[in-house]
Design a protein around this ligand. Structure first.
Ligand SMILES: [Zn+2]
Length: 159
């Protein structure tokens, strides 16, 4: 590169710039993780218009556009509706480190809920996993609970 006839050397500066941040998960998001941390159970929220139960709880039913207020307890079991066994390195946004591969991500319809909840599945061999299998959440030990999604370690496949 050249500027006004003078060669300009291209220089680079390399540095690490940590950017920690926090965000609010809202009233119902906080209640959802509080329920897991303190009672080791899921809660959802029911729409009094269409009857749909959403997990995690949300403020508004999309189809009805109604504000939601009725929290309902849910089971820690459900049905696997889809899954992916991931075999490429991926930086876990929760830890900032590469997640060991392979791992399995599943889409779960918790018993009593109408939408899909996604989380890790405790099986890496895709030959052993079938859509429609029953699953159960495995929580961290009570003294390890932090009030976030990682309080759920994974979902076990049920026989
Ligand atoms: Zn609704």
């Amino acid at each position: 590169m050249e500027k006004n006839g003078t060669p300009v050397e291209r220089l680079e500066i390399t540095f690490k710039h940590p950017m920690p941040y926090e965000w609010s998960i809202g009233r119902y998001g906080s209640r959802f993780f509080q329920e897991i941390r303190e009672k080791r159970r899921f809660i959802g929220i029911r729409c009094d218009g269409c009857g749909s139960v959403y997990v995690p709880p949300r403020r508004v039913c999309g189809p009805c556009f109604r504000e939601l207020t009725e929290l309902v307890p849910l089971s820690d079991t459900g049905v696997l509706t889809a899954f992916s066994v991931v075999n490429y390195p991926f930086i876990d946004p929760a830890t900032g480190e590469l997640r060991p591969i392979p791992y399995t991500y599943g889409y779960i319809r918790l018993d009593g809920a109408d939408n899909i909840f996604s989380h890790l599945i405790n099986e890496k061999d895709w030959h052993k996993i079938k859509v429609g299998m029953r699953v159960r959440a495995v929580f961290k030990n009570p003294e390890e609970m932090e009030g976030n999604i990682q309080d759920i370690k994974y979902f076990d496949l049920l026989p």
